[in-house]
Design a protein around this ligand. Structure first.
Ligand code: FAD
Length: 322
């Protein structure tokens, strides 16, 4: 194996996402003495992001700055990354299993004619084998996979691989690379975000998720209050999204976001298999449901059988007192 692993940094509004640091830790798990080279594409704040990656374990950084990289497109980022990958010739590439990671890495795999291990939650060594663990069948089982030849290309599920301790004494080279990204068919001019976006759902440590039992858009307000108190984010079942109580960007599950927070509180959610696919690997699951037979209790660590309109405000009051 060459001694170099690339980690693709992912940022939002010029700030690195936490999963970037988890990807650095994952690269260290792949080969502890490898040179970790971070790649950052974008149009602003790349130097600072590079420095942050170094603090969290990267040895060297390559940045590609271009106005057409302001917002992610698979074509633009694909061109920038392939230029760096061809020059660096790494043994492996790691990034987060985020919307961007899911879109980008199959493209890289096809260009590199490599395999791809997506959504890894753990990486271990057994004799000479490098083994990736990933969930299958909507999280009901785990499979262990090895890459037998070619470049190691992997995405890691956010919130699973602990980041390395930040060390602000670390230093490393930050080089910029010029790549011509004018020959692309899609250029995103602007992205208008919803005003209410707070903590990023896919990286939140605490999620309060509401279901159809919440009954209305107003019914979500106590969930936001509880989430704010705990520094968390609000999510939802598809039932709640379909009923227009909240936006589809909050949907968790098989056809929504996959999350693994430290604490997941399911409020008025029945626990359909498609919902469990997105949250059953959360570290602690609390379910609040008035139906003691609800399927959500089968995956919950703690269950409260009761009316959510009484339980959630009580819970919020008790936490405020603590
Ligand atoms: P319900 O099943 O209606 O459950 C509401 C719950 O609230 C009930 O358990 C009820 O007891 C409880 N409740 C009601 N009032 C109160 C109260 N006052 N206090 C306490 N509890 C109360 N679903 C997802 O979530 N995510 C997905 O990604 C997803 N993808 C899908 C993909 C496909 C192809 C299909 C077919 C379905 C998918 N679904 C998905 C839908 C899924 O099958 C369920 O229909 C959905 O999860 C149900 O949402 P819910 O639990 O909020 O609603």
């Amino acid at each position: 194996m060459s001694d170099k692993l690339l980690v693709i940094g992912e940022s939002r509004d010029g700030e690195l996402r936490n999963v970037t640091f988890e990807a650095i830790a994952a690269a260290k798990k792949i080969k502890s003495d490898a040179e970790i080279v971070g790649i950052i594409c974008g149009n602003q704040n790349l130097q600072n992001q590079g420095q942050e990656m170094i603090y969290y374990g990267a040895d060297r950084i390559v940045t590609v700055q271009h106005d057409n990289l302001k917002t992610y497109t698979s074509e633009g980022y694909g061109q920038a990354l392939m230029a760096v990958i061809n020059e660096e010739n790494p043994a492996g590439i790691v990034m987060g299993h985020t919307a961007i990671g899911k879109d980008l890495t199959p493209k890289l795999a096809s260009k590199l004619e490599s395999g791809l291990i997506s959504d890894a939650v753990d990486i271990e060594h057994n004799n000479d084998e490098l083994i990736f663990t990933r969930p299958i069948y909507s999280g009901k089982a785990f499979e262990k996979k090895v890459i037998t030849s070619g470049i190691i290309l992997a995405t890691i599920r956010p919130n699973n691989i602990p980041i390395l301790e930040k060390d602000e004494t670390r230093s490393g080279d930050i080089q910029s690379k010029d790549v011509d990204i004018t020959e692309i068919r899609t250029i995103i001019k602007d992205v208008v975000r919803k005003a209410s976006e707070g903590v990023d759902l896919s990286e939140a440590n605490v999620i309060i998720a509401g279901g159809r039992g919440v009954k209305s858009e107003d019914g979500f307000k106590p969930l936001y209050e509880l989430a704010d108190l705990l520094g968390g984010a609000v999510g939802a079942s598809r039932g709640a999204c379909d009923a227009e109580y909240c936006d589809y960007s909050l949907q968790i599950g098989q056809t929504g976001k996959v999350v693994t927070p430290d604490l997941y509180i399911a409020v008025g959610i029945s626990g359909a298999i498609q919902h469990l696919a997105g949250m059953s690997n959360s570290k602690i699951i609390v379910a609040i449901n008035k139906d003691p037979e609800a399927n959500i209790f089968n995956v919950a660590d703690y269950g409260i059988v009761g009316d959510l309109f009484e339980v959630v405000p009580q819970l919020t009051d008790e936490i405020k007192k603590a």
